[in-house]
Design a protein around this ligand. Structure first.
Ligand SMILES: *Cc1c(COP(=O)(O)O)cnc(C)c1O
Length: 391
């Protein structure tokens, strides 16, 4: 079945007891059992809840996975995957990754004896060179955050399988509508469902999808043991959100392409990062690996941090906020917001400078978005002009 059809129907038959067309919110912690050892498949909602189970089945179908597990946040999903590692194991990760994942690797995993080596995200040879006998996992995010470079999933999948390493792809930025890493050789997909999957900026959630039975068993065990599960209402909201993922993503891509092309021609813009631009170094890989170029656009100012501040204060449609993937447009300053937990020196080395902004382009009218960016850029230009005349 087509992706859009699966998003609406996979795992979501009418409720057998009432005929309810939409999956009910099973707001219960416990389940009445028929007799000793006899129940209807549910005993306690940390272990399993019918609303959550429907979400897990649907998300698995969207990533072409056999198994799905839902979590209370993307980080809870990430930690559940990392729980499969033991002291002495090593991870190789791309150097341009979600700040919270970096924090988890450095401040949670490293003190427990699991060391992460960082390599240039787009360079497959660097991953090969970094493999040691202790390497257990490769952690990839593509497109990367916030610089939107691409990682060649098929190449890493081949490497991981040759070397007996688990390849994990954080697919949050692309969403399953645009990219399915398991089809390209990854073992596990992680999502922050907070972003495109729910898509309405009203739930925090996460998911792990895999077709590997042993990894599924280990991560499911951890889900129940550690307990970072979503409540029934959050699972239901996410299910409601994901139904429109296909149409939303189409519009995100269309709007982001227009925004990127507008920014590219502006004199106050030094560089635009968007895989949909022909000039993007990974444009060909993006065209091969993804079904669209996504809704995220980053750009660097020709100027200073003060210009960035004037710009963000003047935005009217775009909101200055962390997060991404919702229907509304957001603008984020990674150096002080999402990537604030990465030391400044490390940040600058990676290209996450003080003048870099990341846009999550929403599905409002593209003309309104461009007009908003234009008037905020005009405000920066007007300030420059006023300062010049004072001097
Ligand atoms: C937001 C995000 C996460 C963390 O997800 P939460 O739901 O905020 O815990 C992980 N990876 C990426 C790429 C993200 O954007």
């Amino acid at each position: 079945m087509d992706f859009a059809t699966r998003a609406i129907h996979a795992g979501q038959p009418a409720d057998p007891s009432t005929g309810a067309t939409i999956t009910p919110i099973f707001q219960t912690s416990t389940y009445t059992q028929q007799g000793l050892g006899e129940n209807k498949g549910y005993e306690y909602s940390r272990t399993g809840n019918p609303t959550r189970a429907v979400l897990e089945t649907c998300l698995a179908a969207l990533e072409n996975a056999t198994h799905g597990l839902a979590f209370a946040s993307g980080m809870a999903a990430t930690m559940a995957v990392l729980s499969t590692l033991r002291p002495g194991d090593e991870i190789i990760a791309g150097d341009d990754l979600y700040g919270g994942s970096y924090r988890a690797f450095e401040r949670v995993l490293r003190p427990m004896g699991v060391v992460t080596h960082y390599v240039a995200a787009r360079n497959t040879d660097d991953y090969t060179a970094a493999i040691t006998p202790s390497t257990r996992m490769i952690w990839a995010e593509t497109p990367t955050n916030p610089l939107l470079t691409l990682v060649d999933i098929a190449a890493l999948g081949k490497l991981a399988r040759e070397r007996g390493v688990t390849l994990v792809v954080d697919n949050t930025f692309a969403s399953p509508a645009l990219q399915n890493p398991l089809d390209l050789g990854a073992h596990i997909v992680v999502h922050s469902t907070t972003k495109y999957i729910n898509g309405h900026s009203d739930v925090v959630g996460g998911a792990v999808l895999t077709s590997d039975d042993a990894l599924y068993d280990a991560i499911k065990f951890y889900q129940n043991a550690a307990g970072g599960v979503p409540g029934a209402f959050d699972a239901w909201l996410t299910l409601r959100g994901v139904k429109t993922l296909a149409v939303r993503m189409r519009q995100h891509c269309e709007n982001a392409q227009r925004v990127a092309e507008f920014l590219q021609g502006h004199p106050l813009v030094k560089h635009v990062y968007y895989p949909g631009l022909a000039e993007h170094p990974d444009h060909a890989l993006a065209a091969r690996q993804m079904r669209g170029f996504g809704g995220m656009v980053s750009f660097a100012f020709e100027g200073e941090r003060a210009d960035v501040d004037i710009f963000v204060r003047n935005l009217r449609v775009f909101a200055l906020a962390e997060s991404l993937g919702g229907i509304e447009s957001l603008c984020c300053h990674p150096a002080s917001m999402t990537h604030g937990s990465i030391p400044q020196e490390e940040r600058e080395k990676r290209g996450v400078t003080e003048t870099l902004l990341r846009l999550s382009v929403g599905i409002e009218g593209a003309d309104d978005l461009i007009a908003d960016l234009m008037q905020a850029l005009d405000a920066v230009a007007a300030t420059h002009k006023a300062q010049a005349s004072v001097r």
